[in-house]
Design a binder for this molecule. Sequence first.
Ligand code: SF4
Length: 373
Amino acid sequence: MDSKTLGLYIHVPFCRSKCAYCDFYSLSGADALMSPYTDALCTQLEAFAGDAAGYVVDTVYVGGGTPSCIGAGRLSRILGAVRRGYRVAPDAEITVEANPDSVGDWFAELRAAGYNRVSLGMQSADNAILRDIGRIHTVEQVADAVSTLRRAGFENLSLDLIYGLPGQSASSWRDSVEYAVGLSPEHLSCYGLKLEPGTPLYRRRNALPLPDDDAQADMYLWAADALPAYGYRQYEISNFARPGRASRHNLKYWTLGEYLGFGTGAHSDFGGVRFAWARDLSAFVDRKWAYSEYTRITARERSREWLMLRLRTVYGVDLREYRDTFGRDFDADFLSQCIGAGYAVRNGERVSLTPRGFLVSNQIIGRALELSE
Ligand code: SF4
């Protein structure tokens, strides 16, 4: 009997309009391609089904872009193609991303089709900030969307928030977190704003009232400290969940589980190979599926990834497992320094970063990797 599990990521590259900070691969004004794209996705899902024959799919994540803007019919067809080609576990976590402005009673159809989790982009509870960053919804629409999703039968909701936004004060951030908590989602993601080159926000960066690094760090630490009191346990740098509601799909990424990505720009880690489909919507629709990456992962890279991804989670790394699996050691002096500085904690053989450590995780992980070479 096989027990290999697999996650599926399905990319929907359409948005109603582009947010000023976004560098995800998504396009607005391409509605005419929604149906042809859905057809191409279904064809691609069918084409790869044979490769996944020995697997049970235990997570499906339809992300974007804004999947909710393509409507119930197309989203149901996508899930239908998954069910036809793949062995989907009866208790699979099946997530669809949505924006508040495109949620409606029609989500009951998605629930009936088998979607059981919605990740909703809230970002802030301050309507002036939402407008400034190009979001096309209000905070009142977020609350309405949550009510609509509950009515539609969704018992597993996640809200995304961003800290470090232009014009955002510490109290505005606290208000956003408290507003989100007041909506009682099962899961919350809190991301720090990153100014990505090429985005409108990046071009305007010198004129923006951006919180400085210390203010941004304080916002993060406040959330990491406050959310457990509301019943949300931190399980990854940016993610908090009620008991049993951590995102099973995202945990797959952080624990090096296998996943297959479908759609333009989607990434996979499958059969020891990391690959990605090119970001080219028209070519994808024409079934010209080109790889933008295809790399067989070496043992050395795997050990680096393992350390890097595990340290993003509160479960951290088991030093003995690291040694037994990869023949490498975490440098003892560096580990003591991190613990002494309050960046890490050790519990037996298990080492994990604290919220303060997560803030400087890139530096810690980079140095740990250098020292374990
Ligand atoms: S809705 Fe999401 S994917 Fe679309 S532009 Fe905004 S942030 Fe990017």
